[in-house]
Design a protein around this ligand. Sequence first.
Ligand code: 3H9
Length: 690
Amino acid sequence: MSYRVEGAVAVISFANPPVNGLSHAVRAGIATAVARAQVDPSVRAVVLTGAGGLFSGGADIREFGTPANTAEPTLRQLIDLVETSAKPVVAAIVGTCLGGGLELAMAAHYRVASAGARLGLPEVKLGLLPGAGGTQRLPRLVGVERALDMIVSGELVPATVLAHTGLLDLVVEGDALAGAMDLAASAQVRTNPSPKARDIPLDQPNLAALCEAARTGLTKRRPLLPAPMRAVDAIEAAGGPFDEGLAVERRAFLELMETPESKGLRHAFFAERAAGKVDGITPATPVRPLDQAAVIGAGTMGAGIAVALLDAGIPLWLVEADQAALDRGLARIAGIYDAQVKKAKLTAGERDRRLALLRPTLTYDDIGGADVAIEAVFESLEVKREVFAALDRVMKPGAVLATNTSTLDVNAIAGFTRRPSDVLGLHFFSPANVMRLLEVVRGRDTSPEVLATALRLGKALRKVAVVSGVCDGFIGNRMLDGYVRQAWWLVEEGATPQQIDGAMEAFGFAMGPFRVGDLVGHDVSMAIRRHRRAERPGYLCSTLPDKLCELGRLGQKTGGGWYDYPEGPRHPVPSVVVEELVRAHRAEIGAAPRRIQDGEIVDRLVYALVNEGARILEEGIAARASDIDVVYLTGYGFPRARGGPMFYADQVGLSRVLRRVLEFSGNPHGDPGFWTPAPLLERLAKSGAT
Ligand code: 3H9
């Protein structure tokens, strides 16, 4: 915290790295400094700003649930102090100004932002609503429509977009602090010292209709979460007396804080950040350059990975075995960009700039200068051997060699080179340019430097990187195996694909397992099943999905799979062919269908994830339970508000989870060994731990 006086202006600058969260110490510091300015006779006005290149990321969420969170001065008390300051306060906004930070700035009498600043009230993303007057002051400053939009979406808005609203008095190209100092010293501030946001009348005759329309929009969302609805209620309350509106907001904030949804979303926020902290990697670990890349293989995955790299501005070589395959890959990449241009997500100029970074080639001899090579060829160890032997031959010393395999042994692949410490897995998820998850597979010999470089690449691609050890399927697909096997057995036992999808979607999954299967196609998973049956004696799995493939129903790409799609990919329709297939299959295996409750479906699928997740944790494949959550939240559509499978299990209570697992182990259908509880789950459940 610093306090200095320049001319007749006191400059209060607060600091709490990394994001100037408004912790108790920061709140107390600002309050003391504002009080000091009141009694300082040399001071006529105050400028309030954040240090370190940003105003504030909001309330310090690390304090939530601790005594510091409610220690005085609370944020609301501080805001009151600033708003009622007898000397005008000007907020100087640089960088990000979020949540409680923006609420504090709105209590100032004037606001000056740099053109690059971004402002927002992202509390709904944590399952909350702005709890320090944001729902009352923002509509008064920017109008009800924009306030609804900003608060319900939680998105950040550039200062330049807000320049002509009451939120910002001035947007400056250069230094916001200098602009704020000038304004604080100006005649405008002297003659109109303290306009307060709370005194601005909310002049919106359509308030009720706008709020109703917002609610109607929200009811269409899946999952339907409480925070955005409560935010709309609070904004509607801004139509009444200010203090009554504040009370509505306060009540909602306190109630939302205790909801499972907010707990799940807050867990997800911290889990994503924790995933970046990896054993053996420190800020001092050297990171290799990432100026040029090579992608080997231009199929669906290779093309998606290439687009992800091009989007990050990384020039790359794209290697294919023959001209026809290369042309198809280039057409795929162009197709992805053309679709974005068509949807106005990208300008034609930007598309062309990105495509200009692409260098197609048929020979490995061209790519030796790349800093990282990512292999995305056919999933066969023999094919990988050829690729990695070639990479070993041509790549410069120090290049990172990555495989996008989803099932093969990364250690074996590293063994195809004379530099296994430079090799690791980079497991992208389809579509690779869209999905946020990147599993970074650390091989036995992968060096810390190479791992740190991969994490840096993940950041550059704006992905969430999670480190996994080597095992069949790594974290995500290893857990998925039990999840889908349970889904198929449930059909054998009496459920329908649409009932199972419905139950999982009601739980909050973006899509149930059968719709997902139809989307990604069933041929790849059939090849994996064949491989597992051959490799693992005793691996049990329903033959129903194989029969589906035998009918040529490989998913949406063949016009149908578990569902028919007469009206396009978004409209799955139960299929009579599948209905008949299921009936015949049940008769063949002698399964008598029974009525299955949705609750059993959800428990079996989710606890299959949890039980395998516990094994993955115990084996050290994942470093922490929250890493497993991040994999499922960012790569598999697990509902974010439930925090991920491991957090969800903790919330349910591990002893209850264990009880259900043991109940399921009595089911004679399927694999008798499937529900053997993971030793870690048993231990934790018995000791009452999480
Ligand atoms: C609120 O304000 C409630 C009020 O309405 C009412 C109160 C009564 N506090 O994301 P990054 C940490 S609710 C504490 O990687 P970036 C984060 O954990 C709050 N810590 O950086 C990480 O720590 P570590 C409303 C925070 O540059 C580090 O900062 N505000 C907070 O990509 C770097 O984070 C929000 O919801 C915080 N508020 O993005 C804002 N925020 O290094 C949430 C971050 O130990 N935050 N950290 O892993 C964000 O959106 C982004 O972090 C931000 C920076 C855009 C600020």
